[in-house]
Design a protein around this ligand. Structure first.
Ligand SMILES: CC(C)(COP(=O)(O)OP(=O)(O)OC[C@H]1O[C@@H](n2cnc3c(N)ncnc32)[C@H](O)[C@@H]1OP(=O)(O)O)[C@@H](O)C(=O)NCCC(=O)NCCS
Length: 144
């Protein structure tokens, strides 16, 4: 049976298996058990998974910095797509961010991920053409 629940630290193994199967999800060294634990501790109750028979088939990470919200790793197992799981994960995360007082939320989608871009655009998200994303890495790990 399909059910949704808040993501937990011990979901890492199931989540990483899912993320590896999903094109469009960029994985880095920070996608580690410790990285997920830090993220969930900083953003309790905001990220969700979808489970079928205790197997993770969908995920969405959500967090905020006190001002803006951010989504990452929206993923649904290929064999369970197009039945509303992605949309339900999205609405759960957006509700949780709204309850946390966050009005504006951003998501980064790879330029060549046309399906991912379409998914957000069809749900009313607008692409920002006036912004460029700049990144800085502290330390030597360019894969962080
Ligand atoms: C993007 C992604 C998360 C969507 O997940 P999903 O569970 O298929 O999403 P939904 O089922 O909610 O919606 C997908 C489509 O199926 C349709 N759909 C939903 N329920 C349906 C049903 N019962 N029957 C037929 N179609 C249905 C939706 O209308 C939607 O179409 P639309 O976008 O034209 O409105 C999934 O394709 C994925 O994991 N992609 C790879 C990772 C990725 O690109 N992530 C996003 C960027 S980080």
């Amino acid at each position: 049976m399909l059910r949704f629940r808040a993501m937990r630290v011990d979901d890492f193994d199931g989540a990483i298996l899912l993320w590896r199967r999903c094109e469009g999800v960029g994985l880095r060294d920070s996608d580690s058990p410790a990285g997920l634990a830090t993220y969930l501790r900083r953003n309790p109750g905001l990220s969700f998974v979808a489970e079928i028979d205790e197997c993770i088939v969908g995920s969405l990470l959500a967090g905020h910095d006190g001002r803006r919200g951010y989504l990452q790793h929206l993923a649904v197992a290929p064999e369970h797509r197009r039945r509303g799981i992605g949309s339900q994960l999205l609405s759960r995360c957006l509700d949780a961010l709204e309850t946390a007082g966050i009005a504006k939320i951003h998501v980064h989608v790879f330029d060549d991920n046309h399906a991912g871009r379409d998914f957000y655009q069809r749900r009313g998200w607008h692409q920002r053409s006036e912004i460029r994303l700049y990144s800085w890495v502290n330390g030597d790990n360019k894969n962080i």
